[in-house]
Ligand binder design. Structure first.
Ligand SMILES: *[C@@H]1O[C@H](CO)[C@@H](O)[C@H](O)[C@H]1NC(C)=O
Ligand SMILES: *[C@@H]1O[C@H](CO)[C@@H](O)[C@H](O)[C@H]1NC(C)=O
Ligand SMILES: *[C@@H]1O[C@H](CO)[C@@H](O)[C@H](O)[C@H]1NC(C)=O
Length: 189
């Protein structure tokens, strides 16, 4: 009778330990897979640049140009963000902006967002360094944005933000005008 009771306690302890170990393994696995944060991948396509001319940079006050932001959300959760304004700087000075409309990037998906950049060409030309760059045919601009919103993982919503920074080189003396860029992002939740 006593032996049976000891056996039962032992069995119970072993089961509890096994369950605890399995639970830990599952949680750790989830933490490293499902809940692991991935910074999104961002590629900028300056699709409207080809419609511009060098002359626009010399004569216009403001220039508006279409661009496509291709964002890949590699998280197991969708990201819903609010209206955002991306700021364009030249040599540390604010010379333009890009309004980005509120949207939701589905989990584990690539999404193209079309936006229109406004560049204050007149303001840009007030900088002698910029005039020099325009004359030599290439212009370096930086676009930064903080997209604030909510990440939703398996029904759980959490406030978060994605910081993006893109460095662009526009070859404005080429016909058509083209641009190169590289971006980095940081997801915070
Ligand atoms: C976001 O921007 C769009 C377009 O400008 C506007 O219609 C909408 O009301 C804005 N939403 C919020 C929450 O401000
Ligand atoms: C996103 O836009 C780029 C540039 O226009 C295009 O090359 C790409 O195929 C698009 N991707 C999707 C998924 O629509
Ligand atoms: C523009 O940026 C590119 C790449 O980051 C760099 O190689 C180049 O020297 C820069 N040009 C100017 C004029 O700052």
């Amino acid at each position: 009778m006593l032996k049976d009771k000891n056996y039962a306690i032992k069995l119970c302890c072993i089961s509890a330990t096994v369950i605890a170990v399995i639970t830990t393994i599952v949680l750790v696995t989830l933490a490293f897979t499902v809940f692991k944060r991935h910074d999104p991948d961002l590629v900028l396509y300056p699709t409207g640049l080809a419609k511009l001319q060098l002359d626009d940079f010399i004569t216009q006050d403001t220039i508006t140009s279409e661009m496509v932001m291709s964002i890949r959300n590699r998280n197991h959760g969708s990201f819903k963000f609010e209206n955002t304004t991306s700021h364009i700087t030249y040599d540390g000075e604010l010379v333009g902006w890009v309004p980005i409309m509120a949207d939701t990037i589905p989990e584990d998906a690539l999404m193209n967002i079309t936006a229109y950049a406004t560049l204050r060409a007149k303001k840009l030309r007030e900088n002698p360094k910029a005039i020099n760059d325009i004359v030599s045919g290439s212009l370096n601009l930086t676009a930064t944005a903080t997209m604030r919103g909510k990440m939703s993982i398996m029904g759980i919503k959490k406030k978060g933000s994605v910081y993006t920074e893109c460095h662009m080189t526009m070859y404005i003396s080429e016909i058509p005008i083209r641009g190169d860029s590289w971006c980095w992002t940081k997801l915070e939740i």
